[in-house]
Design a binder for this molecule. Structure first.
Ligand code: EPU
Length: 427
């Protein structure tokens, strides 16, 4: 098991290229299941989660090839996904347990093949994470849902029918599943209280390029007029707003000045607002976002995580790391997941002063963090610890680097590129 060794205290300065968004890429990779024609995705990040989903799609009969003609400004991988035939409609436990986002194959599979059998993901490190909303959405489109031996079977042998889906909570994954399933349903589907995350907009853009008729993505109500078939297309994955936000926090924490090349300010509203409140100078440019530490140091702030356009839960751990070295106290409330404070005891090992009461953490800023070996059980928590390591005195070791490899492409290379003293070493 590899680990990340960080010798803290370096000011970060320079340019960090932002990769394609993991949470846009994963649903986008499922869209090709809806058509027998090839779909090419450009700017895919090189991440463990992408490889896990590629293996699952392969298992189902999707041929994945490196796309020709890659180059120019596009840095990520371009892959072509060809689901000419789907020869297995089962997503086995071995895949789903590795990555619960595998559940997003459910909607496109049942829409295209009339059946999908997907292992129930079970709980995960950040909470219980049920899939009831995914199943209710597919049932509203006429799919029959059965649960058998840890698997969910959705079947619609005569195809899905458009209908009204009203989510009691704006779930990202359930909206993506519903959106993809509805593209091939007979008639019109309306999704009310849909998730409004930019990744949903990116998915709808790709589906529309495949011939779908979707309007309203990015708003509370999405309308999908079903079509008989979809065709191939080429789509470029949006930049990763969470990766960009994480490095933006690194810039402020280290008193630095970093240009996040390719970051889209429009998708990062709540993150950039909070950075400014904490003392950063943020410049929104056409080709990226510049984040610079202000003269007044880091000020305490309050956060409540919310669905987009609110403050993202995927940035909570990183901002908590920022709060540990802020001037004054910050209150951070996690309102999306019930168990997303695993970084708290680890940050305390680095000298942070944090008290958790229910879903809220009170963080009192300290003068200095001190290095220690730390370990987290999820991706964003690990990033929070890495950020703390960047400002801690001495050498901080973040164990279980594989968590970071799920969501941060070339992490140590990007950090080294702006002056951090970081190494990947064998465990
Ligand atoms: N929920 C239900 N029932 C459902 C679906 C969700 O109760 O059927 C609950 C969840 O348990 C959770 C809340 O609703 O408490 C939010 O879940 P949501 O469905 O919106 O999240 P997701 O689709 O499972 C995606 C991202 C997460 C991100 C969340 C929230 C992907 C692959 N994952 O998960 O990303 O935290 O949205 O924004 O897009 C990460 O990248 O580190 C990560 C965990």
């Amino acid at each position: 098991m590899e680990k990340l060794v960080i010798r803290g205290g370096k000011r970060l300065e320079g340019t960090i290229p932002v990769s394609g968004a993991k949470n846009a890429a994963l649903p986008l990779m499922c869209a090709p299941l809806l058509t027998e024609e090839p779909v090419t995705l450009e700017n895919l990040p090189r991440l463990a989660d992408i490889n896990t989903l590629a293996d699952l799609l392969n298992h189902m009969g999707v041929a994945i090839t490196i796309a020709a003609g890659q180059g120019g400004r596009i840095r990520g991988r371009s892959l072509t996904f060809s689901a000419a035939e789907i020869n297995d409609t089962v997503a086995p436990y071995d895949f789903v347990r590795k990555m619960r986002a595998s559940i997003i194959v459910l909607g496109p599979l049942v829409a295209r093949a009339g059946e999908a059998i997907v292992s129930l993901p079970g709980g995960c490190a950040i909470g219980n994470r049920p899939i009831d909303l995914h199943l209710k959405a597919l049932a509203a489109l006429g799919a029959e849902i059965d649960l058998e031996e840890g698997y969910v079977r959705a079947s619609a042998p005569r195809g899905l029918t458009g209908g009204l889906i009203r989510f009691p909570f704006a779930s990202v994954g359930a909206t993506e599943n519903a959106l993809m399933a509805a593209t091939l349903a007979k008639g019109t589907t309306t999704i009310e209280n849909a998730a409004r995350e930019p990744e949903i907009v990116d998915l709808a853009k790709c589906l529309n390029a495949m011939g779908a008729k979707i309007t309203g993505a990015g708003h509370e109500t999405i309308t999908i007029e079903g079509v008989d078939r979809l065709h191939g297309c080429t789509h470029t994955v949006m930049p990763d707003r969470i990766e960009a936000g994480s490095y933006a926090v690194a810039a402020l924490m280290t008193g630095g000045d970093v240009f996040l090349e390719g970051a889209v300010a429009h998708d990062m509203g709540a993150i950039l607002d909070k950075l400014r409140e904490a003392g950063a100078i943020v410049e929104e440019k056409a080709d990226g976002v510049r984040v610079k530490a202000g003269a007044g140091g880091i000020k305490g702030f309050n956060i409540v995580t919310q669905p987009f356009p609110g403050f993202p839960t995927d940035m909570q751990a990183q901002f908590m790391a920022l709060a540990t070295v802020a001037d004054g106290a910050s209150i951070i409330t996690e309102a999306i997941f019930e168990n997303r404070f695993m970084h708290v005891p680890e940050l305390c090992r680095l000298g942070a002063d944090i008290t958790v009461t229910g879903a809220s953490a009170t963080v009192r800023g300290v003068q200095k963090l001190k290095s220690a070996p730390v370990m987290a059980t999820d991706l964003r928590a690990s990033m929070g610890l890495a950020l703390a390591g960047l400002v801690a005195s001495g050498e901080t070791t973040v164990n279980r680097l594989y968590h970071l490899d799920r969501g941060y492409e070339r992490l140590e290379e990007k950090l080294r590129g702006v002056g951090a003293d970081v190494d990947r070493v064998p465990g």
